[in-house]
Design a protein around this ligand. Structure first.
Ligand code: KG4
Ligand code: ZN
Length: 343
C-alpha cells in the first residue's frame, strides 16, 4: 500500500527532462536534498542558436540512466526506500518529456514504486520549499525561459492564474536580446554579468503595456525590436549599457505586475521561481516591493531556480499526498496550463 508523505523521512525521486536539462533529485521530508544531478545539452544546442527538440531528447536518453544511479549512490539510498517517483509530464518538448516519462515508468515497474505526475511550472514553485515552509495564500511568480506569469497560490494544488505574458517569456526576451548583443545561449546570465560592468545607465526600452487586457498580463516581444532598432542606429554600441537597459526593462515589467497584484490580493509571501528568478537585480526589487507590503519575498538558490530534479521531487512529495498519480498509459501533456483561470 502507498504510504502517506506525512511520515517522517519520506523519500521522493524527481526526474526532469522537459527541455534541455536532464535532471534528477532525491528529497526527504519535503525539504532535505539527499542527492541531485543535472546535465545540460545547452552546449550542444549553442551552435543552432536555440533548442533543437531532437538534440534534447537524444541527450536525455544518453545521460538519464547514469544520473539516476549517481543520485542514489550519492545519497546511499536503495530504490526500495523511495516512497514514489515524480516525473515532469508537461508542459515542455514532447519528445524530451517522453524520455523522462518512459524512464520513470520503467523504474516504477522495476522497483514496484508509485508514480506521480508533476507539472513543470508547479515544480519550479515548489523549489521554494527549500527556503522554508510554504505559507498560503501567497503570490507565485514564475519567470523562466518558456513561461512567465503570476498566480495566487491558495494551497497545495490550488493555484489561480492572475496574469501571464501574452507573447515571449521574460527569459526568452533576455535570450533574444543577448543574441542581438552577440552573447551566447542562455542569454540571461550573460546579460546579468555584462550589465554589472555598465559605466552608466542605458537607454530606456519600452515596456509593453497591454491595451484592454488584464493589468497583470505582460508582453516582452517588443523589447527585441526596440533593441534592434537602437543597435541599427548605433555604429559603436556599448553592449554593457544595452544589457543593463534590457535587464531593467524586463525587471520593471515583472515587478510592476507583482506590486499591482500585492495591492489587489491578500498574500502572506511572494515566491519567485524559474531561471530568471536567479537574477540579482530582480531579486532586490522583489524584496523591496514585498517589504513595502509587510511580507517576505522568497527565491530559491540559483541552481534551484533553473531546471532541476530536486524541484520535481518536492512537487512529487506534495502531489503524492494530494492523491496525484501517473498511469502507465499517460503521455506528455503539452500544452498544460497551470492553475484555474480567475473568475
Ligand atoms: O527555468 P529555466 O531553467 O528553463 C525553463 O524555461 O523552464 O529558465 C531558463 C531561462 C533562460 O531564458 C535564461 O536566460 C534565464 O532563465 N536565466 C536568467 C538567469 N539565469 C538563467 N535570466 C536572468 N538572470 C539570470 N541570472
Ligand atoms: Zn523550467
Amino acid at each position: 500500500m502507498d504510504q502517506g508523505p506525512d511520515e517522517a523521512g519520506q523519500l521522493y525521486l524527481g526526474i526532469e527532462t522537459s527541455c534541455d536539462e536532464t535532471a534528477v533529485g532525491l528529497v526527504s521530508s519535503g525539504r532535505n536534498v539527499e542527492g541531485e544531478a543535472v546535465a545540460s545539452s545547452a552546449g550542444k544546442q549553442d551552435r543552432y542558436g536555440g533548442i533543437v527538440p531532437e538534440v534534447a531528447a537524444r541527450e536525455h536518453v544518453a545521460v538519464l540512466p547514469g544520473l539516476v544511479a549517481a543520485v542514489l549512490q550519492q545519497a546511499h539510498r536503495q530504490p526500495q526506500e523511495i516512497a514514489a517517483i515524480g516525473v515532469t509530464t508537461g508542459p515542455g518538448l514532447f519528445g524530451a518529456l517522453l524520455v523522462g516519462m518512459t524512464a520513470a515508468k520503467a523504474l516504477a515497474v522495476a522497483w514496484g514504486r508509485p508514480l506521480v505526475a508533476v507539472h513543470h511550472l508547479e515544480a519550479h514553485l515548489y523549489a521554494n520549499a527549500l527556503t522554508g515552509p510554504i505559507v498560503f495564500p501567497s503570490l507565485a511568480l514564475l519567470v523562466s525561459g518558456g513561461h512567465t506569469g503570476l498566480w495566487l497560490w491558495r494551497g497545495h494544488g490550488d493555484l489561480v492564474r492572475i496574469g501571464e505574458t501574452l507573447d515571449d517569456a521574460a527569459g526568452e526576451a533576455l535570450d533574444k536580446g543577448a543574441r542581438l548583443l552577440g552573447l551566447g545561449y542562455p542569454g540571461g546570465p550573460a546579460i546579468e554579468r555584462l550589465a554589472l560592468t555598465a559605466q552608466g545607465p542605458g537607454p530606456r526600452l519600452p515596456i509593453g503595456h497591454i491595451r484592454g487586457g488584464s493589468p497583470y498580463d505582460m508582453s516582452f516581444s517588443g523589447l527585441k525590436t526596440a533593441l534592434r532598432q537602437i543597435l541599427d542606429r548605433d555604429p559603436t554600441p556599448d553592449a554593457a549599457r544595452y544589457a543593463l537597459s534590457l535587464q531593467e526593462a524586463v525587471v520593471d515589467a515583472v515587478v510592476e505586475r507583482v506590486e499591482l497584484a500585492l495591492d489587489a490580493f491578500s498574500a502572506r509571501a511572494v515566491y519567485a521561481a524559474g531561471g530568471v528568478a536567479a537574477n540579482r537585480a530582480l531579486q532586490e526589487r522583489l524584496h523591496a516591493v514585498a517589504r513595502k507590503h509587510g511580507i517576505g519575498a522568497f527565491v530559491p538558490e540559483p541552481r534551484y531556480c533553473t531546471d532541476n530534479g530536486v524541484m520535481v521531487a518536492l512537487a512529487a512529495h506534495y502531489g503524492f499526498s494530494a492523491g496525484i498519480r501517473l498511469s502507465l498509459e499517460a503521455g506528455p501533456r503539452t500544452p498544460w496550463p497551470l492553475g484555474s483561470a480567475r473568475v
